[in-house]
Design a protein around this ligand. Sequence first.
Ligand SMILES: [Zn+2]
Length: 269
Amino acid sequence: MKSIKLLLLMVAITILTGCGTTSQVPITGRKQNLIVSDEQVMSLSNEQYREYMKSAKPSTNAANTAMVKRVGQRLARAVETYLRANGQAADVAHYEWEFNLVQNTQVNAFCMPGGKIVVYEGILPVTQDEASLAIVLGHEIAHAVAKHSAERLSNTYKQQAGLQIISGVASAAGMGPNWSAITSKALGVGAQAWSSGFSRKQESEADHIGLIFAAMAGYDPEVAVNFWQRMAKAGNSSTSIFSDHPSDAKRIKQISGWLPEARKYYKKQ
Ligand SMILES: [Zn+2]
């Protein structure tokens, strides 16, 4: 809660001194206005990540654990190279990539801001190969790189808070429990909630960017269509964090549409 108060103070200062920061999402070029920075969101999410990892059971399958780390690191290197070459080296500095495989039968994966990624064992029978795993990890990395959590929290504050944040600050040690509640509600409680509340627009954007990232890292983007068809069959939308995604048919159609762009980045390795 202490970090939330600190964050709110920073947000209030942002509002008092200007209108936040306009940044551009890599690949899609979409402009976003953030009143909460990615670093501020990370200060909150890292606590929840550590809590989650304390209770999570790491996979005992050494080969699969190594595969998740290997594919993840290869993607992260490609993404960082791209960002450095495209004027976003400053963002690269604060990523701390971690790729974990945990014991859980759900068909699931999630990413915390800053690049802490968790893959559930239950998704591996659906990914089946490393290129399809790269589609999943590319999607999760895209949420981090596109600062979707900071955007979600910024929008929530803008909608619900407006300038009342300032009065919240003025009311002294105030900035009381209400703001903590709004923050928790916006971000969710617990590690998995961080990636379950993205908007459909953000999910589509993560599909798009993730496909390009996979191609950049040398994974054949063509596998994405078959992979998402398998996901549609395996999908239990009530338990999957992919439940807020666009409908399966729409998603597969969109991905097919992005394939020509992805092919330009793909170099077989
Ligand atoms: Zn997602």
